[in-house]
Ligand binder design. Structure first.
Ligand code: SF4
Length: 169
């Protein structure tokens, strides 16, 4: 019953062959015109909206511009080392999630009163650091190793589990 419920949800075809362009174009424009950085919020809310629609991690598997970006660019120069076991542990994912979400929340609270220029710039810098980190991890380990600990992927995975539990009850 639950699986048929999930099957009804339509997944789009993957756009990850080119969605890295969204990251590059957004970062380029936002660096020139800071308020454009506000569109970075779509990067956070789109995966959540998709997960809440019952499509689980469709964003990670089919859409994510950052996943596409690191897959393409880290893939060209990755050392391909085995990732540390700690990256598979839930406590590590929660720790990283708390640190990154906490930092983002503080940044937003600090930037909102200062206006769209500062807010857009704050979001841009946060996203650039996150993307840089993801790229670095991908260069050391396998290209998309970041995805095993990524706070957004972790959030959508948890939302999927919650929704599945709700359907079962
Ligand atoms: S885990 Fe994160 S970086 Fe990877 S595809 Fe999902 S949202 Fe994108």
């Amino acid at each position: 019953m639950e699986s048929s419920h999930r099957k009804k949800k339509i997944w789009i075809k993957s756009i990850q062959g080119w969605s890295w362009l969204i990251t590059v174009v957004w970062m380029t424009i936002a660096n020139i015109w800071k308020p454009f950085g506000l569109f970075g919020l779509a990067c956070m809310f789109t995966p959540i909206a998709i997960a809440l629609s019952g499509r689980g991690k469709m964003h990670c598997a089919r859409v994510c511009p950052r996943g596409s970006f690191i897959g393409l660019f880290a893939g060209k120069i990755s050392l391909g080392l085995k990732k540390p076991a700690v990256m598979n542990s839930r406590w590590f994912r929660w720790l990283l999630w708390s640190m990154m979400m906490g930092t983002f929340a503080v940044l937003i609270v600090w930037a909102v009163p200062k206006g769209v220029y500062t807010l857009g710039n704050a979001i841009l810098i946060f996203m650039e650091i996150a993307t840089g980190l993801a790229l670095l991890v991908g260069m050391i380990f396998k290209p998309r190793t970041w995805c095993t600990v990524c706070p957004m992927g972790f959030t959508t995975g948890n939302l999927r589990s919650l929704l599945e539990k709700r359907v079962k009850h």
